[in-house]
Design a protein around this ligand. Sequence first.
Ligand code: FAD
Length: 270
Amino acid sequence: MTNHDWETTNILICGCGPTGALLSAYLGQMHISKVVLEKEANITTDLRGIALDEDGIRILQGVGLYDSVYTEIGSCMGKFYFISGSSTNLMKQEFVSMDYNTTYCTYRNAKGTERKIRARFFVGADGKTGFTRKRYLEEKGVFMEKVTDVFYDETWVALNWEITLPTPQNQPDFPLWNLGYTPEQVYDLFFPRNFCFLCNPNRPAVRGRFGPPNDRLWRFEFFGQPHEDRYHMATREMVQKIVFLYITHSGSQYGLSGDVQFPEDCIDIL
Ligand SMILES: Cc1cc2nc3c(=O)[nH]c(=O)nc-3n(C[C@H](O)[C@H](O)[C@H](O)COP(=O)(O)OP(=O)(O)OC[C@H]3O[C@@H](n4cnc5c(N)ncnc54)[C@H](O)[C@@H]3O)c2cc1C
């Protein structure tokens, strides 16, 4: 085979998922030639990433893509709530909430006067014995662990739902219409805006909206016990048993005698 038979490039990347695509973009910024080989002709429709951590955000910012990702295929997740216990009431009072928009702090100035200050970000740069770690995080049970001591190998089941707004026309028997609720209010009640960690020791779960608000996409992930079969856990029967509890409200909440379940017809499992 002669040299003419070979295409030539500096870097050959196999796979154009997030890793390959972003590596390609960074190499492009550095004017390094590359070719990406991707076996799929189209973007995958298998929904996976619903949240980006700080590194993910920084990496997208670095190639100038964050603003379009944030507005065209996603949105801010709002507050993060941590709810304890095994209750399925998603409106239960959280024991910790994190708001990515504003932090609220009090401090004492040199004269000992207490002052209140709010900021977009709070940076805990007060060291390992400082207030942030010792008197804020550890008091809430958040401890620094060595990553090498922690090995997590558990099965979680992730569901993606696309919600259609229930209306008096498509769900005439839904009981909340008589109480004056609007379709948007019903949606907000059953699929609350903020992201939530459900710290039920028997069945930890995560739930929240994702994607552009108008798409009304909902993710529910739950823990599978070691003896449970992961495929069985993903069946409609098990999803109804485990997840529908969270979209069924006690009628007493509304002064009604029976429970109120969000209409199943308005849920499309993706
Ligand atoms: C249910 C679920 C939920 C998740 N939620 C989140 C989340 O909320 N936030 C988050 O940050 N991450 C999340 N992840 C993880 C995230 O999806 C992965 O970390 C990420 O997709 C890894 O990117 P990657 O580019 O390394 O691999 P992949 O995304 O797997 O991409 C690999 C690419 O290589 C291509 N390929 C494979 N073989 C070949 C071949 N022989 N030739 C050419 N191309 C090939 C594939 O078609 C694909 O496009 C989730 C994952 C799952 C499964």
